[in-house]
Design a protein around this ligand. Structure first.
Ligand SMILES: *Cc1c(COP(=O)(O)O)cnc(C)c1O
Length: 586
């Protein structure tokens, strides 16, 4: 383990291996791709996450699309190496001991990056605390806050216990890790032989911290009742919080303009500790995850400087074997230097077509074995896989069933593969999964095959983004901060058909890298947008995408190749990490 790492990357979730359910979705995939890229580029980074002994959940779907959730037990001993180091944090009046597990990532030139997983399941802890590193995004607000104490405060202490003494940057991947700032404040005070927090200590912490925000809607930001926060943070850190309130920072962290009188009084005003504002106030560098998301964040957080670094994906992970083998033949070294993907422009179209056909066959074989449906390899196949939640609108394609039937009948045929989990507490998201199932049943008689594959994970994602013909993405703008599955698809020669939101505003060249749905205008009336975007989706399918696919296959192959060359060369995690290095880390 390289205990001389300079950058500590903190994330509540991380996707490293299909056998490790330590992630739920895009945020974790981004974290995994970031550390893999750090290993490839030789960046001295260490990552910190919770162990999530019981994962997020395994999704089982009844025939009507009702979601059932099962805990996921995994082979921790077989996949991770136990470390001897221990650290303690206090939660309320309890002491919680922590241990660490080590996962090693070797980059393409042999540089290693360590991921440290925090585990509270030790016999000396009380029963409740032993379960704190079990469930990703599980439990109630109290459980989640305790987890954030373990990640932020416990994470810094474990790094210290492991001998990491050269860290100059603490990167918070979303607000879940924001409590690490309190531990750094404690360290700064100790270093100065002081008890209270002053401007010097705040500056010392700010100089070390980097914060990436991921949520363009205010309700998505993590916050906790201040009373609960003071109780949970207990003796060791509540005073830090109170000290912080004696500075100007407190007003912003608490989003109040009320004058400060006494710490005790503050705690009894029903105020919330907002993790986003805590991180914003104590970071030297803050960014959103796509240009549009940067703009939205600057509107939401007008008092702060917010930059934008558009997400990217790890090319060697997300390009499926058939296309990777083709790239190996034509673009030696593309995995170590993703810029070379640009030169995919010189690969013969027929070879791009053959590679894609192989990936499509792999996906269809999986569909056949997992749900017994034989899809037709000649038919245009749409892919849609993401967290099932209202703003992503998986129901958009089915808005007008008669129109959809007519398009499929008149323009050569259409089929679609769906996947995605709803958060266990998201009733609306679960209803959407049932709605897609109902639409699929209603369309079957008309020869439009729609399948919904259960238990979306990174393995299934690779099959889907590489094997479908067109990647469908329908978020209601401006809700999608970035989105990354369309980037994965692009690298596999699969163009996007997407509303103009998140990364697609940057990646979209009409008819060249894919197609837009709607005009990119925003409207507060969600139902009006649904009708409007659905019409645009149908028109584009019927008049542009399907004629191109069925009547001008060579043009379609050219779009596939453009997607790899133009978007793969840019929306990769090497470009992204280099931007973090230049703007945030160095
Ligand atoms: C890439 C990925 C995501 C993120 O996809 P979005 O386009 O951002 O919705 C979520 N889950 C899994 C399993 C992924 O591989």
């Amino acid at each position: 383990m390289d205990s001389k790492a300079r950058i500590a990357y903190f994330s509540m979730e991380i996707a490293l291996d299909a056998r490790m359910p330590t992630y739920s979705g895009g945020l974790g995939v981004l974290a995994g791709d970031t550390v893999r890229t750090a290993a490839d580029l030789g960046v001295p980074m260490v990552a910190v996450c919770l162990l999530h002994r019981r994962g997020y959940f395994r999704q089982q779907l009844a025939s009507d699309g009702t979601q059932h959730e099962h805990a996921e037990d995994w082979q921790i001993d077989a996949l991770l190496e136990p470390l001897a180091a221990r650290a303690k944090v206090s939660i309320a009046s309890r002491q919680v001991s922590l241990r660490a597990w080590h996962y090693r990532i070797a980059g393409c030139h042999g540089h290693e990056v360590s991921v440290i997983f925090i585990d509270s399941d030790l016999p000396e802890n009380d029963a409740y605390d032993r379960r704190l590193t079990d469930q990703l995004y599980g439990g109630d607000a109290y459980y989640r806050l305790c987890q954030e104490v373990l990640l932020g405060i416990g994470g810094v202490r474990l790094l210290r216990a492991l001998g990491f003494d050269s860290i100059t940057r603490f990167h918070m991947n979303e607000g879940h890790a924001a409590l690490l700032t309190l531990e750094l404040l404690a360290e700064a005070c100790q270093g100065n032989g002081q008890n209270g927090i002053g401007e010097a200590e705040i500056e010392a912490v700010r100089a070390q911290c980097v914060f990436t925000t991921h949520t363009p809607v205010p309700a998505g930001h993590d916050q906790f009742a201040l009373e609960m926060a003071a109780e949970v943070l207990g003796k060791s850190h509540a005073p830090r919080l109170r000290d912080l309130f004696s500075t100007d920072v407190y007003r912003q962290v608490l989003r109040t303009d009320e004058a400060f009188t006494s710490p005790g009084e503050l705690l009894h005003r029903g105020l919330m500790l907002n993790m986003t504002y805590l991180a914003l106030n104590l970071s030297r560098y803050v960014n959103g995850v796509a240009h549009r998301h940067g703009e939205i964040s600057r509107l939401m957080f007008a008092d702060y400087r917010v930059d934008a670094i558009t997400n990217g994906v790890h090319a060697a992970t997300w390009i499926a074997a058939p296309m990777a083998q083709l790239l190996d033949r034509h673009l030696a070294g593309w995995a170590a230097d993703n810029v070379s993907l640009r030169y995919a422009l010189a690969i013969p179209l027929a070879e791009i077509g053959e590679a894609h056909t192989r990936a499509k066959r792999q996906l269809f074989d999986h569909v056949q074995t997992s749900c017994g449906v034989g899809l037709d390899p000649q038919v245009l196949t749409l892919g849609f896989a993401r967290r099932a939640t209202a703003y992503k609108r998986p129901d958009l394609l089915f808005h007008d069933m008669d129109r959809l039937r007519q398009i499929a009948r008149d323009h050569g045929g259409l089929q679609a593969v769906f996947a995605g989990k709803a958060h266990p507490a998201d009733a609306g998201g679960k209803a959407l999964i049932r709605q897609v199932h109902a639409a699929a049943a209603a369309l079957r008689a008309d020869g439009v095959q729609v399948v919904y594959l259960p238990d979306y994970d990174i393995r299934l994602a690779l099959l889907l983004v590489s094997g479908v013909d067109v990647w469908l993405n329908t978020p209601l703008p401006p809700n999608e901060a970035s989105g990354t599955s369309g980037m994965k698809a692009a690298m596999n020669g699969v163009p996007s058909l997407s509303t103009l939101d998140g990364w697609w505003i940057e990646g979209h060249l009409e008819g060249i890298t894919g197609w837009a749905i709607g005009s990119g205008e925003e409207d507060n009336a969600a139902d009006r947008m649904l009708a409007c975007d659905a019409r645009s989706l149908y028109d584009t399918l019927a008049e542009v995408v399907m004629p191109c696919f069925y009547r001008h296959p060579e043009d379609f192959l050219r779009i596939r190749r453009n997607a790899i060359a133009l978007n793969g060369a840019f929306f990769n995690s090497q470009r992204m990490l280099q931007q973090y290095l230049r703007r945030a880390y160095l």
